[in-house]
Structure formats: C-alpha cells, structure tokens
Design a protein around this ligand. Structure first.
Ligand SMILES: Nc1nc2c(ncn2[C@@H]2O[C@H](COP(=O)(O)O[C@H]3[C@@H](O)[C@H](n4cnc5c(=O)[nH]c(N)nc54)O[C@@H]3COP(=O)(O)O)[C@@H](O)[C@H]2O)c(=O)[nH]1
Length: 855
C-alpha cells in the first residue's frame, strides 16, 4: 500500500482528507455505538431491576394480605380465648362489659379499624354486634351473606387446636377480611358452659384506605382492589373468597429500573452530548492539526522537492558541464571524484582514489602545494595525460575543507579547457599564419623581423626577398579562386623547399610572399637563390589537368645595410620589387637608394591617372570597321587616349597596365563605356560601337548594371553596343565568366572575342561562349603577305568563325594586299590603318555624315 507520505515523491499532503474520510467516521461510529450500547445496557438493567421489583412487590403484596390474615387470626384468637370475653359474651352477652366498658366495643373500630365485631351464638343468632363502632342489632348472616357459615364451621374446628379461622367475604360489594374464633376460657379459671360456645367474629373491610394501609406496612404502594382484572396490565394478585370466588388486588409497583433510566439516560445523554462536544472539539483540533500537518508536509514536500530539484540541477550541471568535481584529504590525496571524471579523462574514479592529485596533474609539486595553501585560491591551469594518452587541459578551482577550524582537505572543480586551450592555440596560430598556405603571415613576419633585427650581431646580415607572382591575377580572374588557391599553395611549398631551416617563408596576402634568410653571401648567393626561386615558380602548376604558368618578380633588401627596422626593410624590398617588375618581370632586383626615386615616379603616375579620370583628361577615339567587300563602315571601336598635361597624348598601352595594377581600370572603363554609348547615340547612322573590356571589369559585380545604365541613360539600343573581351581573359572556362557574358548578352549587347589566335583558347570554350564576332589579332594579319603559316592560321580562323556562325573581323589591316587576301579568304569585316586610323569622335561623326561613305 502506498504511504500517503511516500518518500518517492512529493505526494499530495492528505492527512486531513484521510482523517476526515476514514478515521473520523470510525470514531463517530465508535462513539455512537458506545453510547447506544451503554443506553441498551442501562435499559436492560433497568428492565431487570423493574422485573425484580415487580416480583418482590408481588411477594410483598401477598405477604401484606397474608399478614393481615395472620393479624386477624391472632387478634381474634386473643379476644376469643380471653376468659372475660368468654364469661361476658359466650352464654349471655354483657353489652355493658363489652361495649360500655370498651372491652370489645368501639375501641376495636377506632384502634384497629374493624368494621364489625360480632358474636354469633351456636344457634346462629347474632348476640352482639358493633358496626362502625356503634352497637347495633344486626343479623350476622344478613350482614355477611356469603361464606359465613363455612367460616364459622372452620372456626369451630380450629378451636380444637386453640386457633381461629379467617377468610375473605364480600361485604356490601367490598371484600372484607373476616376472622372467627369460638369463645373459650383461654385457660382462665372460669367455668365452661355446657354446650358449644358462641363465636366471635371480627370484620375488617378492605376498603381503599385499608388496603393502602395494609400495603404500606410492606412497602406495597397503593394496594387496592382491582375491579376489572381483564383489562389490567399492572401487577395483580388474586385471593379466593370463602364462597370460592376470586378477588384481585393491585398496587403501584415500584419501578427502580425506570427510575434508573430516568436518572441515567439524561446523564448518559448529557455524557453523550459532552462526549460528542468533546469529540467535535477533538476532531476540530485534530483536523486543524492535520491541516497544519498537511501544510507542514506540503512545506516539507516542497522543500524536499526543491532540494531534490536543486540536487538534480546540481547533478545535471555537474554531469552536463565539462567540469569534474574532486575532493582530497589534507595531504591532497584524492578522496572523491565525480562521474564526469570518467567521461572526461577516461579513467575509472576508483583507479585514482587514494592517490595524490599531483600524480594526475602535470605540474610542479611545490607549485600545487603552495596553490592549495594560498589563502585565496585562484584558478590553476594545468594539464594531464588522459586514459587515451592525449594531453588534456583543465582549469582547477579549489576550496579548503575545514572541520571546527581544522583543515581536513580540499575540494574543487576541474573544468576541461582542452578545446578552449586548443582554440586559443589555433587563434594564436591563425593570428600568426596564413590559413591557406599555412605560412607565417605579415604579423608573424613582423615579429620575426623585429626579433631577428634586434639581435643581429655585428657582421651578420638578414636578407629579405619580397616576391610577387607574375600573371597570377589572370589565373584568379579566369580560372577561378580554386585554381588561384592551388597555385598559391604550390608556390608556398616550392618556396619552403628552396629555403633552409631557420629561414622564414611568409605570405603577406594576395600573391605576395616574403623570404627572410640568414647567412646569405652577397657575392652570388642571392643571385643564385633568386634565380632558383624564379625558375621554380615559373615551372607550370597543374590544376585539374590544366597547366598554369605564372612567374615571379623579386625585390631584395639587406639588413642592416638597407634598413635595420622591420617596416623599413620591407619597404626597401617592396621598392626593389617594383623595379623588378618594371624591368619586365620574371627577374629580381636588389634595393638601391636610387629606387626610391623610381617608386615615387610610379606612385606619382598613378595619382596623375586618378586625376585624369576625375578631371576628364581622357578622350575616346574611334577606329571604324568596314565590310571588306563594300568598304561600308559598319561600326567603330572605342579606343581611349590620355591627354597628359605635360606629355601630350598617351596611348592605352602607356597607362592601361598601370590602371589595371592600380585598380583604376574599373572607373576608367566605366567612363569609356558611358562616353562611347553617349557618342554612338549621336551618330548619324545606327551602327555598332565596340568597347574594350578589361578582364578585371568582366569580373566586377557592378558591370551589368553599368552597361544597362549606360544604354538606358543614352538611349542606345543594346544591339548597337559590342563589348570586346580578349581571348586571354577566357583562358579557362569558368562558370562565373560564362554567367557574366550570358547576362550581358541578355541585354541584347553583342560580344566579340578580341585578339583571337593569341590566347590558345580551346574550340570547346569558344563554342560555349555566346560570342557574335571573332577579331583576328593584328599579329597574324601583319604576316599574311610574307608568312604562309600566318596566312594559313588566318584562313583557319576565318573558317572557324564561319563554322561557328560568327562574324569575323580582321584587325590591323595596313595594306591593300592584306585587304585583298582577307577578302579573298572570305573575311567579311576589316579594321586597320589602311582604311582608317583611330580618330576623335567629332571626326568620325563628320566621316559618317559624308554621304559617299554611307551605303
Ligand atoms: N580596357 C581597355 N582597353 C583599351 C581601351 N582602349 C584601348 N584599349 C586597349 O589598348 C590596346 C591598344 O590600343 P590602341 O593603342 O588604341 O591601339 C589600337 C589601334 O590603334 C591599333 N590598330 C588599329 N589598326 C592598326 C593597324 O593597322 N596597325 C597597327 N599596328 N595597329 C593598329 O590596334 C589597337 C586596337 O586593337 P584591338 O583592341 O585589338 O581591336 C588595344 O588593343 C585595346 O585592347 C579601353 O578603353 N579600355
């Protein structure tokens, strides 16, 4: 059976309910039963007492009547056997003696209540009669009608025994106790008469008063004649009269039991009431106590539940956290280890219980002891060897355990900080390394340089190679970043292979690497190393079965000759690098003071170009394109010029590479695009304007919007714009290039592949790209007169364009012969100095306006 206060959980407190439902009814029933039983017992006892009393009253009533008989018998015998009475009444009645002298006169009536005193002669005459105390002359047989004769007879018989006789006779409808005795001398010295004596008769009428008096003598209350015995339910006794009839007497029977009931029942009721009241008070008190018990149980259950919850929370936290809990004795020997210890360390706790904490931790014993004994224990970072052999890190927190102020041990937590420590190490590593190549980064390089430069002994040097990859940007732009990453990782690996331990190879970002070297000899050592590096980086890289060729330029600076500060040394190497690049790339240059001047020059030109774009020193010239058969102008190519404030007009080759390197090609290209669209829109004929796109522009996210805006703002239909993309920009088909071209094409704009034949693009690529025009590079056209090889290539390109259903434009047509050959070969469009030089916009407009030039 479940306990109402189950220890398993916070059962709802229900002592009050249980008491009210189960105990209270039982108590009430028990109390009622006890009271009812007591009542029944009392009633039973009362009944029994009443029965006994009734029985006793029967006896006493009989006894009372019998005693009256006996009294009458004795009384009659006393008077009848009195010699004087015999003398004065037997033979002859001496009334004077009897009545007047009150020997047998009214005194008997007064004293004994005898109704009649009669003397009856043997002949039956009534010789003396005192009725009601009055001397009267009555006939006894008239007076006592039934049974007197029989009584007299019995009296005569009894006289022989010196006794009398008594009987009940009716007298005027009332029973009367009649005693008779023959008069006798009574032993007195008196002469007896001859013949039978007279008989003395006493009559005692049993009227109500008399009966009551008789009864009282025997404590029989209200003894009386019962007139109607058939309907009588009370006590009664019968007496047989002398004539044989029956007479009944009754009395008021005492009922002590009833009295007992009358006395005890109210007491019992009062007791019951009192008990009930007491019980009610007790119950009320008990209910209140139960309620309080329930409340305190509820509080207890609630606090137990809170305690259990708190314990569970603690357990959950303890088990969920990466902490394990430990305790030691004062000698720092482990005495307790929580379950998490097993999960985190892999050891069974019992394996370590009893062993010193120090044995587990990889730390110095004195350090651990002083840590534990420190007044304020701050967390201690430590490590240990887990069961799997791996080193794990933890942060220990501890408190001393004291009993009555005495140190008995220590307890604390060990937070597993392995991941945190590793992450910190990782962060530290990442903050110092390039995530792609794993090489030290700029920050690590600077630290390295600062340390090594500070400790540079006299006579020793530190050589810094600043390496920039040549032609790396196109790899990224055309083949995608995955290819670029592959190349960068390959570069890192090749650089590491070509340096010694103690040297540092770092990546500064992008395609810039730095190698810091000790013990380099200036005479030839640097030259050999730089050449080896250039050679190594110029060897092709393989990416997805594709060969990728890049190169490298290197700037060299020496510490302490060129600089003795890290930043300064890097700056010197960077200047030398610019020089190497200016020298045509794929080479190296050592820093010289004069290089600062050249660098400043370059920076100055960049700034000039920036100003040129902003202040519109640029101008777009147009070179017409012709139908080879009819020499009809069908389009014009926009070619940018820079009106330099001091150097005059500069051609694209003099500033486009600078613009690309300085990132200025985007605003420059945007300006040309808008300019070309604006001017083409004003041409008198609706023909195509071609605009060159740098590979960098092609990968600019804003290009599409710029094209659309240029068309929209100038009201130029998309079909009238042709964008030229160099074949080298398409070296590798990348999805992003293809997507960019398709989006441009979707504007209705035509696409031309420029300088075709120089970029070795595959036919497959060409087929996939949405080009409309192939422009054969100048270099092939220039050779078709002299070189059959070049002529064959040009013919093949023309065929290819036709096969791909693209228009073919031959560029750089400088002679009539070239024009003829190209026309004969089926080249439909031509462009070159032979027909027209690039010209200012206004000049082209005039040219176009001439009626003869328009078909
Ligand atoms: N991204 C951009 N690039 C541009 C832009 N403007 C020009 N360029 C690129 O510069 C390259 C050189 O251009 P330019 O110096 O103007 O030379 C062009 C012509 O003048 C030249 N040409 C034309 N006909 C002849 C000829 O018969 N002989 C000969 N020797 N040269 C000739 O060719 C250049 C045009 O060639 P192409 O672009 O391949 O059609 C130039 O190649 C452009 O790529 C610009 O705004 N943005």
């Amino acid at each position: 059976m479940q306990s109402p206060y189950s220890i398993d959980g916070p059962a709802k407190p229900k002592a009050k309910a249980i008491f009210a439902r189960r105990i209270l009814p039982g108590m009430v029933a028990l109390l009622v039963a006890a009271i009812v039983a007591a009542a029944f017992a009392i009633a039973h006892i009362a009944r029994k007492i009443d029965q006994d009393a009734l029985q006793q009253s029967h006896f006493l009533a009989s006894k009372a009547l019998q005693a009256q008989h006996d009294w009458m018998n004795r009384s009659i015998v006393d008077y009848a056997f009195w010699g004087d009475a015999y003398l004065h009444l037997s033979k002859q009645v001496d009334a004077n003696w009897a009545y007047a002298q009150a020997n047998l006169g009214p005194s008997l009536y007064k004293d004994f209540g005898y109704e009649a005193i009669l003397v009856i002669t043997p002949s039956g005459d009534t010789s003396y009669a005192v009725i009601h105390g009055e001397l009267q002359a009555v006939d006894a047989f008239q007076y006592l009608q039934h049974g007197l004769s029989e009584l007299l007879a019995r009296a005569r018989e009894a006289a022989e025994d010196d006794a009398g006789a008594s009987a009940l006779l009716w007298l005027h409808g009332q029973p009367a106790l009649v005693a008779a005795a023959s008069l006798a001398t009574g032993g007195a010295d008196i002469e007896e008469h001859e013949g039978p004596p007279s008989t003395l008769v006493f009559v005692d009428v049993l009227d109500a008063e008399r009966l009551e008096a008789i009864g009282e003598q025997y404590a029989v209350e209200k003894l009386k004649l019962l007139t109607d015995p058939a309907d009588h339910a009370g006590p009664a006794i019968s007496q047989t009269l002398e004539d044989g009839t029956a007479v009944y007497f009754t009395w008021t029977a005492a009922q002590p039991g009833r009295l007992l009931l009358l006395v005890t029942l109210p007491v019992l009721a009062a007791v019951a009431l009192g008990l009930g009241l007491l019980a009610w008070l007790l119950v009320r008190h008990a209910l209140r106590a139960m309620h309080l018990l329930d409340l305190s149980y509820a509080r207890l259950a609630s606090s137990r539940s809170a305690l259990a919850e708190s314990e569970e929370r603690f357990r959950d936290v303890a088990e969920a956290a990466s902490d394990w809990i430990w305790e030691t004795d004062e000698q720092a020997r482990l005495t307790f280890l929580s379950n998490r210890f097993r999960q985190i360390t892999g050891y069974e706790p019992k394996q370590w219980l009893g062993r010193p904490l120090l044995e587990l931790l990889i730390t110095d014993s004195a350090a651990l002891r002083s840590w534990l004994e420190a007044p304020e224990i701050t967390p201690l970072r430590s490590s240990y060897r887990a069961a799997d052999g791996c080193e794990r890190f933890c942060r220990l927190a501890a408190r001393s355990i004291r009993h009555d102020g005495a140190l008995v041990g220590y307890r604390g937590t060990a937070s597993d900080v392995t991941e945190e420590t590793k992450a910190q190490a990782r962060v530290q590593y990442l903050s110092q390394h390039d995530p792609l190549t794993g090489l030290p980064n700029r920050s690590r390089l600077r630290d390295y340089l600062e340390q090594n430069l500070a400790s540079l002994r006299s006579g020793s040097t530190l050589t810094l190679l600043y390496i920039d990859l040549d032609r790396f940007k196109p790899v990224n732009d055309t083949l995608g970043h995955a290819a670029g990453d592959e190349v960068l990782m390959g570069v890192a690996s090749r650089l590491r292979e070509r340096t010694r331990d103690g040297d540092l190879v770092a990546r500064l970002g992008g395609d810039e690497f730095v190698v810091a070297l000790h013990r380099m000899s200036e005479d030839g050592g640097i030259d050999r190393l730089c050449n080896r590096i250039i050679e190594a980086l110029s060897a092709p890289f393989i990416y997805e079965d594709q060969q990728i060729s890049i190169g490298a330029s290197i700037g060299v600076a020496l510490a302490p000759d060129d600089a003795s500060q890290a930043n300064e040394l890097l700056r010197c190497a960077d200047i030398a690098l610019y020089q190497a690049k200016d020298a045509g790339r794929g080479t190296w240059r050592a820093y010289g003071r004069e290089m600062d001047q050249r660098l400043h020059e370059r920076l100055r030109r960049e700034e000039e170009l920036r100003v040129a774009i902003a202040e519109q020193q640029l101008e777009v010239h147009y070179q017409p394109r012709y139908l080879s058969q009819s020499m009809q102008i069908i389009g014009a190519e926009a070619l940018v010029r820079w009106h330099h404030p001091t150097q005059g007009m500069l051609l694209p080759e003099q500033f486009i590479p600078l613009a690309e390197e300085a990132g200025l090609i985007i605003p420059l290209g945007r300006w040309v695009l808008h300019q070309a669209c604006q001017q083409a829109a004003s041409w008198p004929v609706e023909m195509t304007v071609s605009v060159n796109l740098s590979p960098l522009q092609l990968h600019d996210d804003r290009l599409l919007d710029e094209i659309a805006r240029a068309l929209r703002e100038n009201g130029l239909p998309g079909e009238r714009l042709e964008l030229e993309v160099t074949e080298s920009a398409l070296l590798q088909e990348t999805q992003s290039t293809l997507d960019a071209l398709k989006r441009i094409k979707a504007l209705g704009v035509h696409l031309a592949v420029d300088d075709f034949g120089t970029g070795y693009s595959s036919l497959t690529n060409l087929r996939h790209y949405p080009f409309d025009v192939i422009k054969i590079d100048n270099s092939f056209v220039a050779g078709i007169e002299q070189s059959t090889e070049d002529h064959s290539i040009v013919r093949a390109l023309i065929e290819l364009g036709r096969g791909l259903q693209m228009r073919v434009t031959a560029e750089g047509v400088e002679t009539e012969e070239q024009l003829r050959l190209l026309t004969d070969d089926g080249c439909t469009e031509v462009q070159g100095f032979h027909m027209s030089l690039p010209m200012p916009a206004e000049e082209l407009r005039r040219l176009l306006a001439r009626p003869t030039d328009i078909s």
